[in-house]
Design a protein around this ligand. Structure first.
Ligand code: FAD
Length: 826
């Protein structure tokens, strides 16, 4: 009996071991056969039972024989698969196949190879890039007056426009040979983050020409002639670009634009030529009102087959259209939420341009969508993540200091638990954002074009930015709300919905893109299966599908077992790639990776194309992927910074927040999964011990809050790269200065309270009078009284908000919407 039990345990152990290690089918068969043979020869069980076991083993063994496997498993499955595979438009396929697979791919394996991430070099600025940040970028920040820009001018002043052009701010991605700065992705990101901490308008203005737009498209697809003409002009600022894709009827579904370009004969600048007649109406186009050249996306038709092919509908195409071409109408402005960077509609009626206006020339007709999605991955990793992170760092820096200098109930508000927990959340979120931004920029500099991470970063940095700025507004109270030259939060608050909406609006990005693209691109087998199903050579297709299917089955079983064992052991069975206090987070990411991979496979296998419609399920799986990705970025960022021990609370807070959220989203996914029994099976493999992961504790939150409400090195590291120079118009510098003074002032304030107010020797109600009385009765020395008066003056300069004469706030000349409509109709 005991022997039989031991054999049974050995059998179970071997099966689990083979599955956990994801050994090949042949190896698994051999290992199980050996155990079964041993059991048959020495086990005490009756012969009929052993026969049943061998009979159950036989199909597993037979699947090693390729013709049998193909006939009885792969072929029938292939037929069903082809029927179930959702139809995909070419634009959808191009979007799915764009960019590269990087660390996101590892997270889909269930067993990430950490060395791939940890061995990557830390992003670094060259001396030239550092000099730009310390020189022109610093100088620009000093020139910017956000209130003047947003309230009086609704534009950057002319000298700032000149400075931006002259110093190459619009040419960070343009190679030096064309007169650009040729900065690394990391440097580009650092410039935007710094500007974002100073001016919403300047940052948005600089971000656009360096992101997806004419320069980026020309660099990758332009003809030599186009590059030589446009790139030096763009680098010098002789040309100001904008990119027009969005139309009134085509927002998120940008591929459905109704704008057309018809190939025809016409006259361009006095010359008869074959060209395009363009009719379009675009809106929301950043820089359009001041642009001199418009990168335009439209649908190309060639009814007379002048391009020489048989096609008449070429699909989406991109051309560069001079703003002064006859029929072009631009100059009017939208007014995006009191953050008045240049943005407006562009219209064109019968605009004629030659064929070589197409980016890349006529041979690139119809390639527009591919061009856009291929290049979007890089720009989307940089512009909005840097913009949001710079703004978030500024908010944390000012809020940490403000909470320390602002007293209520005779106590700095940073000491109240409620405020402390909000500040901890702000700091933890800012760490996550900075880690994601900088590590991913480093990967781009290493040659990656990470498509799925670009969606993750775009969505999460803008969402976390929104949480941070809301938190900052809560902590700073009326100070954040009353607009005026003294307000340093309001415009950032107003900017957040803009980041949320552009470059793929966030609801769409979360529900449709992150997981949808990841499941196809990053999964080790799905794309191979899909490609096989679309292959017209049936023999080859079946062979490829057979290989992929066997890999996929082994992969799914393996992840189910890994998930179960790691959950049961609280992931202690996993070997972390590092030692020390962060090791546990690596182990937990490995656990969630296996659970996520298993859940992904079950969902795709059981729901197929229907999963695309079940957006809330996809969104939750996307959240799990995003949380693992961002937690990995946090760990790598900590590593890149030399693992400073003082920053550990930030790292722990960030990782705990993310992994707790991963757990909660997996749990919600299971609760809402439409097939009950499958949800139960998944729950068994994913949460056999229930929900065991906890969010950051209050104690940890307190440690984090202390790091950013004191003048610590961790605070400086977290908020590194923002504009915090101490000068009269820089609020971030001033609030930091006051916080440093607060550390020395607090014991003196306490002395006044304890020795003066409580004993009745100091009776005044306001601090300046209390200081006078305390000095008079000898509680403070003359020097201490002077020190406190100076401190109080600086604090009150920060605490004060602006007020205005009523006529100063009267609205200017705004055309009423009705009158505007009538004018347009006329
Ligand atoms: C200030 C600003 C600057 C811009 N700059 C440019 C520019 O320079 N060039 C340019 O071409 N465009 C630009 N845009 C356009 C921007 O990219 C679009 O606003 C964006 O694509 C969303 O389109 P929409 O506003 O029409 O929203 P809609 O497409 O109407 O979407 C409305 C809501 O529905 C959600 N939604 C839509 N489809 C789905 C789905 N399948 N699943 C789930 N949710 C969905 C969206 O997430 C969104 O929340 C800019 C926009 C703004 C506001």
């Amino acid at each position: 009996m005991l022997l039989s039990f031991l054999w049974f345990m050995l059998f179970v152990g071997v099966v689990l071991w083979v599955a956990y290690r994801n050994h090949s089918h042949a190896f698994a068969t051999l290992a199980i056969a050996v155990v079964l043979a041993g059991y048959t020869l020495t086990g005490a069980a009756p012969v009929w039972w052993k026969a049943i076991l061998w009979a159950a083993f036989a199909p597993l063994a037979l699947l090693n024989v390729s013709p049998i496997r193909v006939r009885f498993l792969s072929r029938p499955f292939f037929r069903i698969y082809k029927r179930l595979l959702p139809r995909m438009s070419s634009t959808e396929r191009e979007a799915l196949e764009a960019g590269t697979v990087w660390w996101d791919g590892e997270l889909f394996t269930g067993h990430p190879e950490w060395n791939k991430l940890l061995s990557a070099a830390a992003p670094k600025l060259s001396s030239e890039e550092q000099a730009f940040l310390d020189g022109p970028c610093e100088e620009l920040c000093r020139m910017l007056d956000e209130w003047d820009i947003t309230h009086h001018r609704a534009d950057l002043p002319p000298e700032v426009w000149d400075f931006l052009k002259k110093k190459g701010f619009f040419a960070m991605i343009i190679p030096k040979k064309y007169g650009g700065l040729e900065f690394s992705a990391y440097a580009h990101s650092c410039v935007l983050a710094k500007l974002a901490s100073r001016s919403t308008v300047a940052c948005s203005t600089v971000a656009v020409p360096n992101s997806l737009g004419p320069a980026e498209l020309l660099l990758h697809y332009g003809t030599e002639e186009q590059k030589n003409h446009y790139l030096p002009r763009l680098a010098r600022g002789d040309d100001v670009p904008c990119f027009g894709l969005t139309a009134p009827r085509a927002g998120s579904d940008a591929a459905s634009i109704p704008d057309t370009g018809i190939v025809c004969r016409g006259t361009y600048r006095g010359r008869e030529t074959v060209g395009l007649r363009l009719d379009f109406s675009k809106r929301y186009i950043t820089l359009a009102p001041v642009a001199t050249v418009v990168g335009l996306a439209f649908r190309l038709f060639d009814p007379d087959k002048l391009l020489g092919g048989e096609q008449t509908d070429y699909g989406i195409t991109v051309a560069l259209v001079p703003a002064d071409a006859p029929g072009m109408k631009l100059g009017r402005r939208h007014f995006p939420l009191n953050v008045p960077f240049q943005n407006g509609p562009v219209e064109g009626k019968d605009v004629f341009v030659p064929l070589d206006a197409i980016v890349g020339g006529p041979k690139m007709a119809g390639q527009g969508w591919r061009m856009l999605v291929e290049q979007l991955s890089v720009g989307r990793c940089i512009s909005l993540p840097s913009n949001s992170t710079g703004g978030a760092k500024g908010a944390v820096y000012s809020t940490g200091a403000y909470a320390r200098i602002r007293q209520q109930f005779s106590t700095p508000i940073s000491k109240f638990e409620g405020v402390e927990s909000v500040i901890a959340r702000m700091a933890g979120n800012a760490y996550i954002m900075d880690a994601g931004r900088s590590v991913t920029a480093g990967a781009i500099d290493g040659g990656e074009k990470p498509a799925v991470p670009s969606g993750i970063l775009k969505y999460h940095t803008t969402e976390l930015g929104r949480v941070i700025v809301n938190d900052a507004m809560d902590v700073q109270g009326g100070k954040g709300i009353c607009l005026g030259p003294k307000n340093y939060l309001g415009r950032g608050y107003q900017l957040t919905p803009i980041g949320i909406t552009v470059e793929g609006a966030n609801i769409l990005t979360r529900n449709l893109i992150i997981f949808g693209q990841g499941a196809v691109r990053c999964h080790p087998w799905v794309l191979k299966e899909m490609n096989a199903a679309r292959d017209h050579d049936h023999r080859r297709a079946l062979g490829e599908f057979d290989k992929a299917l066997m890999g996929h089955i082994g992969f799914t079983i393996s992840n189910a077992v890994r998930s179960l064992i790691r959950a049961l052991t609280l992931s202690r069975i996993v070997k972390a790639p590092v030692q020390g206090p962060t090791a546990r987070y690596y182990e937990h990411i490995n656990r969630f990776s296996a659970s996520f991979a298993f859940a992904t496979d079950v969902a795709m296998l059981s729901l197929g194309g229907y999963l695309k419609k079940k957006e809330s399920l996809s969104a939750r799986l996307g959240d799990v992927l995003s949380c693992m990705y961002l937690a990995s970025m946090v760990l790598k960022h900590y590593d890149n910074q030399g693992r400073p021990e003082a920053d550990l609370p930030l790292v722990e807070y960030a990782c705990r927040t993310l992994l707790y959220r991963a757990q909660e989203q997996l749990h919600s996914f299971l609760r809402n999964f439409p097939v009950g029994w499958l949800a139960a099976v998944m729950r068994l493999a994913i949460f056999p011990r229930g929900l065991t992961y906890f969010a950051p504790s209050d104690r940890l939150g307190r440690k984090v809050a202390e790091l950013v409400t004191n003048p610590t090195e961790s605070r400086e590291r977290l908020c590194d790269g923002i504009y915090k120079t101490l000068e009269p118009t820089n609020h971030l510098g001033l609030v930091q200065e006051a916080m440093v003074l607060a550390v020395a002032a607090e014991p003196l304030l306490k002395r006044i309270r304890v020795e003066g107010v409580k004993t009745g020797r100091v009776t005044a109600l306001d601090l300046p009078s209390q200081i006078g009385q305390a000095e008079a009765v000898g509680i403070l020395s003359a020097a201490e009284a002077t020190q406190l008066r100076e401190y109080d003056r600086k604090v009150m300069e920060i605490v004060h908000v602006d007020d205005f004469e009523p006529e100063e706030l009267e609205a200017g000349q705004v055309t009423p919407p009705k009158a505007h409509r009538e004018a347009q109709v006329a």
